[in-house]
Each structure stands twice: as structure tokens, then as C-alpha cells.
Design a protein around this ligand. Structure first.
Ligand code: ATP
Length: 198
């Protein structure tokens, strides 16, 4: 067991990871003086089920590792993949609190994800265990703080980039360089994990 610390949990599908994700991680870590900012790769993001075939978790994990590189204080966390099954943030936060006694956990969500947190698995329990941090995302209005949830808001650079747009770009042969870190763009080109229309 390690002791204490302020830990950020930024969960996502990261299919693929992009500069919007990294910018949020770096900015929130700085603004809230977090000791660690964890990018937690979802195994089975149940909110996104059925919409399309997700890239296998191991590939998404590899891309997040490449994206993070040696960014100071930002770590890739694969516990939801190792745990298997549906990915529930409440289980992740509970585990982190068990591992680091006295830790304080901050769950980071963009405007789109924030709107749905009351529907998350055991949302009440999660609200007791962690503080939510919302960041603005272009195209999504900030939600009103939900009753019973502790909230902080952090101003981040507005980067209108999304994994969906990146997949669409790959499909029709447009560039993804700059929007994803170089090593991720190279890895995607080499592994051809996203379908192309042409
Ligand atoms: P998709 O387009 O496939 O839905 P996404 O780009 O939203 O993917 P996710 O992995 O689903 O990426 O997002 C994980 C978290 O990152 C969510 O809380 C989401 O709100 C946040 N996020 C994603 N992109 C941005 C962005 N450009 N600015 C701020 N937050 C973002």
C-alpha cells in the first residue's frame, strides 16, 4: 500500500487518444496540484455499447502508452482491462483508495460525459468517494452540478477534436497528424486498425 496523495482519474475509450485528452490531463493535473494523473483505459465502456465495434482494449492501451510517452506526472492505467468485464469508475476509485491510504481522488470528465454521471453505476457511492472535475469541451455546454456530487471546474484550452472525427478522417484518407501525437499516428498507419473507405 502506498500512502496518500491527490490522484486524478481520467477515464475514456481512447479510440484513438488525441491531443484533447492529453491537454485535459496536463491542465487538470497542474490546476489541482495532483500528484498523479491516471489515464484509465476502459475495457468495456458500457455507455458506448452497440454503437460500433470498438478497437480491442490492448490496442487502445498501446496507443495511450504511446500518446503519454514521458509526460510528467501522467500515467497510463490498465486496471479496468485487467479486471475485465464492464468498466465502472466506482470500482476503479475504490481500488485506488484501498491501494493508497488517505488518498484523495478526482474524477475528470468532459462536458459530454459530465451530463450523464448520475446514470453511472453506483453513482451515489462514487459521489461519496471522489470529487468530480469538469472540463469544457467545445460543442457541449457545461452541465449544472448534480445534487450530492462534489464538483470542481477547470478551464482547459478548447480543442475541438474527438476520436470519432479522427476515425472519420482515417476512413476518408484525411490527415490525423498533429491531432494525435506523432508516435500514435505512426502506430495507426503501421497497424491499420481503423477501416478506410479508400
Ligand atoms: P468518441 O468521439 O469516440 O466518443 P471522445 O473523443 O469523446 O471519443 P473518449 O475516450 O470517449 O473520447 O473521452 C474520454 C473523456 O475525454 C471524456 O470525459 C470526454 O468528455 C473527454 N474528452 C474527449 N475529447 C475532449 C476534448 N477535445 N476536450 C475536452 N474533453 C475531452
Amino acid at each position: 500500500m502506498t500512502s496518500g496523495g491527490r490522484i486524478g482519474v481520467f477515464g475514456g475509450t481512447f479510440d484513438p487518444p488525441h491531443i484533447g485528452h492529453l491537454s485535459v490531463a496536463v491542465e487538470v493535473r497542474h490546476a489541482l496540484s495532483l500528484d498523479r494523473m491516471l489515464l484509465v483505459v476502459a475495457n468495456d465502456p458500457w455507455q458506448k455499447r452497440g454503437s460500433r465495434a470498438l478497437t480491442p482494449a490492448a490496442d487502445r492501451l498501446e496507443m495511450v502508452r504511446l500518446a503519454v510517452g514521458d509526460l510528467d506526472g501522467v500515467e497510463v492505467d490498465d486496471r479496468e482491462i485487467r479486471r475485465g468485464g464492464a468498466s465502472y469508475t466506482v470500482d476503479t476509485v475504490r481500488e485506488l483508495l484501498e491501494e493508497a491510504s488517505g488518498a484523495e481522488v478526482f474524477v475528470v470528465v468532459g462536458g459530454d460525459a459530465a451530463a450523464g454521471i448520475t446514470t453511472w453505476e453506483r453513482a451515489d457511492e462514487l459521489a461519496r468517494l471522489a470529487t468530480f472535475v469538469t472540463v469544457h469541451r467545445p460543442g457541449f455546454d457545461g452541465p449544472a452540478p448534480a445534487e450530492g456530487f462534489g464538483w470542481a471546474e477547470v478551464e482547459v484550452p478548447a480543442l475541438d477534436v474527438s476520436s470519432s472525427d479522427l476515425r472519420a478522417r482515417i476512413a476518408d484518407g484525411r490527415p490525423i497528424e498533429v491531432l494525435v501525437p506523432g508516435p500514435v499516428a505512426t502506430w495507426i498507419a503501421e497497424h491499420r486498425i481503423y477501416p478506410r473507405d479508400r
